[in-house]
Design a binder for this molecule. Structure first.
Ligand SMILES: [Zn+2]
Length: 253
């Protein structure tokens, strides 16, 4: 995962609760205490102007003269802006442990949700109305579980590569015009790892060939993603047809 994955995966909570206000960003003109926390201008800790916080040499991070008065303000500044979050207009200070757990829970929820949405772009987690940082951590964990359950359910129905999916081969297109070589490959994989949906080693077809199954299913691939072929048994192949139709009708549960 890229270190800056959060730029691509902005969570619902982030959008809903955390204002992208400039006050979350580091602003060099804000007075800070010796821990790098913001303090009210003119407040008890507002000695920063006197110690050179407005000096551009201190603030620019340019490695110049290291013995400027007030240099510790630039060094001690908060590097992780998530130690303060906003929930419904209320500000919460997070402990470092909470901030870490929140980041992990959020990343897990984002990752799991993104995975389900590759299969089911309209999938939405149950809405939560968490009011506290701990509530939000719980909600993220619940969202991750919900997304994983949904992904598993879809994969068991043949709407995504199943729990027994091993190797696969590229599909030339959505048609079922398989070459002898493709059939041989699919049978070889099927004999090794079984039907990708249910795991059986018995193809269940007259000619004892595994069914080369397109993933994503052609009927659900309106965006034209590159498809791959996985071995599937006759029974799962039949079930999958029904599941795909229910899914298309939005009745899939
Ligand atoms: Zn099967």
């Amino acid at each position: 995962m890229r270190a800056d994955y959060k730029r691509c995966l902005q969570s619902d909570y982030e959008r809903r609760f955390r204002p992208p206000a400039p006050d979350r960003k580091y602003r060099p003109d804000q007075p800070r205490d010796s821990w790098g926390r913001w303090v009210d201008a003119g407040g008890a800790n507002a000695t920063s102007t006197a110690t050179g916080i407005t000096d551009h040499r201190v603030l620019s991070d340019a490695s110049g003269d290291p013995i400027v008065p007030g240099a510790q303000y630039a060094q001690n500044r908060v590097r992780n802006p998530l130690t303060t979050i906003w929930i419904n207009g209320q500000q919460f200070e997070l402990t470092p442990g909470q901030a870490a757990r929140l980041a992990v829970a959020e990343a897990r929820a984002d990752f799991s949700t993104a995975r389900v949405r590759e299969i089911d772009p309209n999938w939405k987690p149950t809405q939560s109305w968490a009011q506290t940082p701990e509530g939000i951590i719980k909600a993220y964990n619940a969202e991750a579980r919900e997304a994983q359950d949904r992904a598993y359910e879809l994969s068991r129905q043949g709407i995504a590569p199943g729990p027994f999916a091993g190797e696969s081969i590229p599909a030339r297109g959505p048609k079922c015009d398989f070459t002898a070589a493709e059939r041989r490959e699919i049978n070889r994989i099927g004999e090794a790892t079984g039907c990708h949906t249910c795991g059986t080693l018995y193809p269940g077809t007259m000619l004892r060939n595994f069914v080369p199954d397109h993933q994503p299913p052609s009927a659900l691939n309106s965006s034209g993603r590159a498809q791959r072929l996985y071995p599937q048994c006759a029974w799962c192949s039949k079930q999958q047809g029904g599941a795909v139709r229910r899914f298309q009708l939005g009745k899939y549960k």
